[in-house]
Design a protein around this ligand. Structure first.
Ligand SMILES: Nc1ncnc2c1ncn2[C@@H]1O[C@H](COP(=O)(O)OP(=O)(O)OP(=O)(O)O)[C@@H](O)[C@H]1O
Length: 215
């Protein structure tokens, strides 16, 4: 269980972007994180991913303070970042295989799981293409495929449908809900009100504070 208690998060000496944030990310649910551009969605996701340490308050995972990104990875907190985080000079398939092997999957197992996951995202034909040669939406789906393949206990998805057409957006949304049904706690930052409305819970960021819209 990932929780924040009274957390303030910011960069350098600038005033905090987020103040007194308290939330719990529950297994089995998709929490939509909404707010206008610059409201702090990525900042909040990065704090939950262990990439940013709160100035005040705490981020805890199963009751233990989250130390850093390595600790988050150990706790199976998977991040699909806004800029996709893929290695551009590897193929789509290699990006998944490298992540799976690093996670302890055998190479043949990683190849099988990669093929199945890329197929699920409609990318079977792009498996052997370099990421830098894929379209923005194909890269975004590759990043989603990699994030899903890692089967996290917490899945943090930062604006992962922004470049997708309606059909693929729906497909990714269904897959994120599928992760929740598997038992993961899913957090999904989005600008899209329709996408947010399809999530069980919603947290809206405004002026550095978090308002619970649905819980
Ligand atoms: N690395 C950084 N250094 C300093 N300030 C930053 C950094 N990253 C973000 N910020 C600032 O933090 C605030 C929140 O940014 P953030 O990216 O979290 O918003 P967001 O809600 O994810 O926006 P968007 O929807 O446009 O992606 C902004 O004012 C931004 O300028």
């Amino acid at each position: 269980m990932l929780s924040m208690h009274g957390a303030s998060v910011g960069y350098g000496n600038a005033p905090a972007v987020l103040r007194e944030i308290s939330l719990t990310v529950r297994p089995g649910r998709v929490l939509a994180l909404t707010g206008s551009s610059g409201a702090g969605k990525t900042t909040l996701i990065n704090a939950m991913a262990g990439l940013l340490r709160p100035r005040d308050g705490t981020v805890t995972v199963d009751g233990q303070p989250l130390r850093d990104r390595d600790h988050a990875v150990e706790q199976r907190i998977v991040l699909i970042p806004q800029d996709n985080g893929l290695a551009p000079i590897l193929t789509a398939a290699e990006n998944l295989q490298v992540a799976l092997v690093a996670d302890g999957v055998t190479p043949p197992g990683a190849r099988r799981q990669t093929a199945a996951m890329l197929d699920l995202l409609g990318l079977a034909g792009q498996a052997d293409q370099l990421v830098e040669e894929l379209s923005g939406g194909q890269q975004q789906r590759t990043a989603v495929a990699r994030g899903l393949a890692l089967r996290g206990s917490v899945l943090l998805a930062d604006e992962v449908t922004s470049e997708l057409d309606a059909g693929n957006r729906q497909r990714v949304l269904e897959l994120l809900h599928g992760e929740a049904r598997r038992g993961a706690a899913v957090v999904f930052a989005t600008h899209d009100p329709e996408v947010a409305a399809a999530c069980e819970a919603e947290l809206h960021l405004v002026e550095g504070r978090a308002e619970i819209i649905r819980d």
